[in-house]
Design a protein around this ligand. Sequence first.
Ligand code: SF4
Length: 332
Amino acid sequence: MKRLTVLTGDRPTGRMHLGHYFGSLKNRFALQRDYRCFFMVADYQALTTHGDRTEEIERNVREMVLDYLSAGFDPEQGVCFLQSQVPQLAELTTIFSNLVTLPRLLRNPTIKEEMREMGLSARATYGFVGYPVSQAADILLFRPALVPVGPEQGPHIELAQEVAARFNRLYGPVFPTPEAMVGELLVGTDGRRKMGKSYRNAIFLSDAPATVQEKVQGMVTDPARPRRSDPGHPEVCPVYACHRALGPDAETAVAGPCRRAEVGCADCKANLSVKLNAFLEPLRERRSHYEGQRGLIRDILNLGGCEARIEGGKTLEEVKEVMGLGYRGLLG
Ligand code: SF4
């Protein structure tokens, strides 16, 4: 039986953190055995925010592939490739850009939020506002059944679904409707926003044990619990959010004692440091195992690029055919 396809990816803008892991990496790598998985390193999309720092991208790509490997990517099972190595993605973006209106793009809540956070409203480039169209092409070129994403990516998947439906209606049935597989949203160590490298509130997958301990010690806790004898509200505490992400026993082992004021925040954090470091240790070991293999990342990306171009070529041929742009009579 033909395996269904999974497609997902990330912009290489820095090291990956626990928010990435629980938001998407955990889900996607669990699918490798049963699905045909494509993992894209979206280097062209990184230009939307790192166009003035392109010298950082190559290093970030290397770090990202190492993060993938440490978090469970198996190069024997999945395909990892660079967006810029698959020209069919740019062609499909051109085609899709005529299927989406500008007001529709500007209504996208994720784009609005990102523009507000980066203070971009007046300086937003065409590439930035249009990146969800490019992302729709990234997804649909591989005709996936499933797209594992973080919660903030929901609006982009909706757009990809709309584009697929519009294309199929206009030209012919080429694209299946991709379903989002939405992971957990993890709040950052400051307890104010989602975990994000630019917010300086992230615990990275490659952080050393002492760094993890230091970051956990500095985490914000329930502000309504200044004394150990005060009952806590774990639902507003980022320390509890991490405990919960790490295991199903958090409600009984952490939330209950916190609400009954049976545990102090210092002990709760010390316990989290131990749990987090135990969780991250196998990831660190895998990272250092792969880091020592010369040429491995080059081979993964070269092979992945080949496979992605073959897959993309098949889709694009079909796309052009149903659009009447195959030019068999004229050029054949
Ligand atoms: S005991 Fe733990 S969960 Fe409760 S407020 Fe303190 S750090 Fe947060």
